[in-house]
Design a protein around this ligand. Structure first.
Ligand code: HEC
Length: 277
């Protein structure tokens, strides 16, 4: 299957995902610009680690995933020679070294060492938070929309108690969908369509949310007293392919965000899975 959404305008934040046919099936074998192994003291060779390379001065980031033996490889056409910053994503781990690499004309080799992170909360996705949070399905569903403009991590790091949270949640309702912490914007008029619930009803809803959130944020404890349940890293065939991401070239994050055109995530995706024709 191949899906492509074209950029509607120059400078639009965009992202293309390619899942390429495995080299054995490809017509011409791929050569690789950068390869190596990923490992940690805890796990040895690590599968499913996302490794991202971004060339100095470029807006493009290419990401590959390590296989069962911890091996990763960037296809040559995706990584022209130059200086690259390296980053990893493997929940619970940080990259120790190297954080940058000079990619030459041939095959550059770099083995990556990871270590357990000191701050696992900073690595949870919204889905990981929802999975980890205590509370009823109804309570969790009531805070689903809190992820529209920022991550749940921001919410869970709050020290506000229930009373203070009612005010915070009320303030959130004054922002339009495109507001975000780097650029808070206020609604200039009530949202059109459908009308709003009576204020008493909204207040009761905010109180319920605030009450629940005060039991899972840091208002009464120094550290979260529930364990983090993270989603597993990719495995097997899910590690084959690479991700190609292009950011808006605009320096102003608010302007870049307004560039976002589709899907709410500013992503343009192009897929080719290993099992597709
Ligand atoms: C429409 C966009 C939007 C939504 C939806 C939203 N927020 Fe926010 N949030 C913001 C913005 C903008 C800021 C930064 C400015 C501020 O603090 O008012 C922020 C900041 C915060 C902060 C940090 C500020 C503080 O005083 O502690 C918390 C906590 C927070 N939000 C909680 C929530 C909760 C809980 C929800 C869901 C009920 C939510 N947010 C939904 C836009 C939003």
């Amino acid at each position: 299957m191949k899906v492509r959404v074209l950029l509607p305008a120059i400078g639009v934040l965009s992202c293309c995902i390619y899942f390429q046919a495995s080299p054995s099936r490809a017509e011409t074998p791929l050569s690789f610009a950068l390869t190596g192994r990923v490992s940690s003291a805890e796990e040895g060779p690590m599968e499913g680690v996302l490794i991202s390379a971004k060339k100095a001065g470029s807006t493009i980031t290419v990401t590959v995933v390590s296989d069962e033996q911890g091996r990763y490889r960037f296809p040559s056409p995706k990584l022209p020679p130059g200086q690259y910053a390296l980053r990893i994503r493997a929940v619970g781990y940080d990259l120790v070294s190297p954080s940058s690499i000079e990619v030459g004309a041939g095959n550059t080799i770099a083995d990556l060492r990871l270590r357990k992170t000191a701050d696992p909360a900073a690595q949870l996705s919204n889905a990981d938070w929802f999975r980890s949070l205590p509370g009823t399905e109804q309570q969790k569903a009531s805070i689903k929309n809190c992820t529209h403009c920022h991550t749940l991590e921001r919410v869970m790091r709050s020290h506000a108690n229930a009373d203070a949270l009612v005010k915070v949640v009320e303030r959130m309702s004054t922002y339009p969908q495109l507001a975000f912490p780097l650029m808070p914007q206020k609604l200039v008029a009530a949202r059109v369509g459908g009308g709003e619930d009576p204020i008493e009803q909204r207040l009761a809803g905010w109180r319920r949310q605030a009450q629940y959130l005060s039991t899972v944020n840091l208002s009464s404890i120094d550290n979260w007293n529930y364990s983090f349940k993270t989603h597993p890293r990719p495995r097997g065939r899910a590690t084959q392919g690479h991700l190609h991401r292009m950011r808006s070239a605009r320096a102003d994050p608010a302007a870049a965000r307004r560039d976002r055109g589709f899907g709410g995530h500013g992503l343009v995706c192009k897929f080719r899975r290993a099992d597709s024709r």
